[in-house]
Design a protein around this ligand. Structure first.
Ligand code: SF4
Length: 172
């Protein structure tokens, strides 16, 4: 019962921690825009949290460099379970166009497991909002209804990818 209560609370008010792994800041500005009143991620109970120790979701931007990889792993380990990672932006998704190179390993999944990928350079705030909601929709039926409404009103093809979809793309 307690686990159910924790899951309910997390789905109702997930706290997100914004982690820049080496981004040019383009994606970071779009994340800030998604959190500000115009797009208003907060209306879904999603709050920005300054420390990974109190966060449920890591919003990670930028390619993972050799220099920062260990710090990213440390941030992931500091985040309590259950935790989710969303890779935001093409750099966070695959490291492109900077990887592979002598200093850049690739996307965020080079350092920690990713639960949702949001491509784009940078992705729009509404795509970030959709990606976060789609991930949380797997925990909360009410948010899943919001996602279904969004999908019925606009074409969301290519806005976000699950790990399974990314694996299929990599194999093709
Ligand atoms: S995806 Fe584009 S905007 Fe985002 S960090 Fe990379 S270069 Fe910058």
């Amino acid at each position: 019962m307690f686990d159910g209560l924790v899951q309910w609370a997390r789905a109702k008010s997930p706290w997100v921690c914004h982690l820049n792994c080496g981004s040019c800041n383009g994606c970071d500005i779009e994340i800030v825009a998604a959190l500000m009143p115009r797009f208003d991620l907060e209306r879904f109970g999603i709050l920005l949290e300054g420390t990974p120790r109190h966060a449920d979701v890591i919003l990670a931007t930028g390619p993972v460099t050799r220099q920062i990889r260990d710090r990213v792993i440390r941030v992931y380990e500091q985040t309590p379970e259950p935790k989710f990672v969303i890779a935001v932006g093409t750099c966070g998704v695959s490291g492109s166009p900077f990887a592979p190179s002598y200093s850049v390993l690739g996307g965020v999944d080079q350092a920690m497991p990713v639960n949702m990928y949001i491509p784009g350079c940078p992705p729009r705030p509404d795509a970030i909002t959709y990606g976060v909601l789609k991930l949380l929709g797997s925990l909360d039926p009410a948010i899943a209804e919001v996602v279904a409404t969004i999908e019925s009103k606009q074409d969301t093809t290519g806005l976000v990818y699950t790990p399974q979809e990314m694996a299929a793309i990599s194999e093709s």
